[in-house]
Write a protein that binds this ligand. Structure first.
Ligand SMILES: [Zn+2]
Length: 196
């Protein structure tokens, strides 16, 4: 069955402090009654155990008729958080000039060496996963843009060290996301939505 997720991605956690930030965030979620402290067994495709919804899960979500179908998974590794295999971004925007990079394979749009834009993006992602740093060149201004600073259609990608995945939860409340960011030392949070 199809599962939706909303991942609160911490854009400022580093490889050094991600474990401490993960602990702080989880402790607050437990204190607020949003999740339970224990983890339960996961389904095969998940990466980690998940925390079931707590008694006050409703304080985290916008008013709706729905309730959480599943728990919250804390992912504290260098990770490409994305919107899942059922959609993919068709465009991205340069962090320097806001010039648009078309990602769909199209004849005539191949770059140097006949390579498609998406191939260049994949190479940059591989480099980021391997080294924690990568750049993607812009065809408009000619400058290298930090991969993590590019804007992706539908907020499809976030390259980061910490994410809290809410599985099959109703839409998270804006004020909850803002409060959670304060708990995480004012780190920037972005919400990546997707389904598998
Ligand atoms: Zn540019």
């Amino acid at each position: 069955m199809r599962k939706r997720y909303q991942t609160l991605v911490d854009l400022d956690a580093t490889a050094e402090d991600r474990a401490a930030s993960a602990d702080r965030g989880l402790r607050w979620l437990v204190e607020q009654g949003v999740v339970r402290p224990e983890t339960v067994a996961r389904e095969a495709f998940r990466r980690c155990g998940e925390h079931p919804p707590g008694e006050r899960w409703h304080t985290a979500v916008a008013p709706s008729d729905g309730e959480p179908g599943d728990g919250v998974t804390v992912v504290a590794v260098g990770c490409v958080f994305d919107g899942g295999p059922l959609r993919e971004p068709e465009q991205a925007w340069c962090p320097h000039c806001a010039g648009r990079l078309h990602l769909l394979p199209t004849e005539g749009r191949a770059g140097p060496g006949g390579r498609q834009p998406w191939d260049r993006v994949k190479d940059a992602i591989d480099t980021w996963v391997d080294t924690g740093r990568a750049v993607l060149a812009c065809g408009h201004c000619g400058r290298d843009g930090d991969l993590t600073a590019w804007t992706w259609e539908g907020n499809y990608f976030a390259f980061a060290h910490l994410g809290f995945e809410f599985w099959d939860w109703p839409e998270l409340r804006d004020s909850f996301v803002e409060e959670f960011a304060r708990v995480l030392d004012g780190h920037r949070l972005t919400v990546v939505r997707g389904s598998v």
